[in-house]
Write a protein that binds this ligand. Structure first.
Ligand code: 6GU
Length: 237
């Protein structure tokens, strides 16, 4: 996979893309990540990327030319033909199922906005998908691009040590994960649930399923309803 990131703050990606799972996936050759500063595509000698909004009002708007040029350069250069994804609080809410869909692509481009946003013509004529990571406001799309890249890259074959681990985790089956415990079995009088040290694998499986359902019911009833709706739909044909 190849991910290209277009941003005015490439330094925000230096640490995160080197560390941990993404770093390992890059090292292993599962993903190539290219971060581009689209200020370099600005045409004037001051490298201007923003301007005041037509119609007046506060804030600045990112100009279309540097962004169109940067995207065209990426698409002609490295041979990246994947979708252009614009990170914006106005976008569709990013989910685990979108992460799965993106992980099957050869690549995609992440465009990070700043200020009041980008000129609408970028969205109308260049962007394929607008994504948000949740209902709060960030100062720019960069942290959201990191979130999307992380969620996708960890699903690539070779990114995680233990390949089974992405199938059982929270959201994969529409439920939150059951609690985990490790040694020691007793710590400061706090005991591990006895079933987990019973050696009864069927009882453990049942306990974990029950825990998943209970925690999802109490914290995220919206997820339970969605799973049940899907199960009901499948049964009805
Ligand atoms: Cl993608 N961008 C910004 N600026 N804020 C956000 C967001 C994105 N997703 C949630 N909040």
């Amino acid at each position: 996979m190849r991910i290209d990131v277009l941003t005015l703050f490439p330094e925000m990606f230096e640490g995160p893309f080197k560390a941990s799972i993404i770093g390992r996936a890059v090292e292993a050759g599962a993903v190539e990540i290219h971060v581009h500063n689209f200020r370099e595509c600005a045409r004037d000698k001051h490298h201007t990327v923003d301007d005041a909004p037509f119609g007046g009002g506060p804030g600045m708007v990112l100009k279309p030319e540097p962004i169109f040029d940067a995207v065209e350069k990426v698409r002609s250069g490295g041979g990246q033909r994947g979708p252009l994804i614009y990170l914006t609080p106005k976008g569709r809410q990013f989910t685990q199922s979108m992460a799965r869909d993106l992980s099957s692509l050869d690549g995609f481009i992440l465009l990070c906005g700043r200020y009041e946003g980008v000129d609408q013509r970028v969205i109308d004529h260049l962007v394929d998908l607008e994504l948000s990571i949740g209902d709060y406001v960030l100062s720019g799309g960069e942290p959201a691009a990191l979130v999307v890249a992380d969620a996708v890259v960890r699903l690539l074959p070779g990114a995680l040590g233990d390949e089974a681990s992405t199938l059982e985790e929270s959201f994969s089956d529409g439920l939150l994960e059951y609690p985990h415990y490790t040694r020691p079995a007793v710590y400061r009088d706090f005991e591990v649930p006895p079933v987990l040290v019973s050696g009864n694998h069927e009882a453990i499986r049942q306990w974990r399923k029950e825990q998943s359902i209970n925690i999802t019911n109490s914290r995220r009833p919206d997820l339970v309803r969605r799973t049940h709706t899907l199960e009901a739909r499948n049964e009805n044909g």
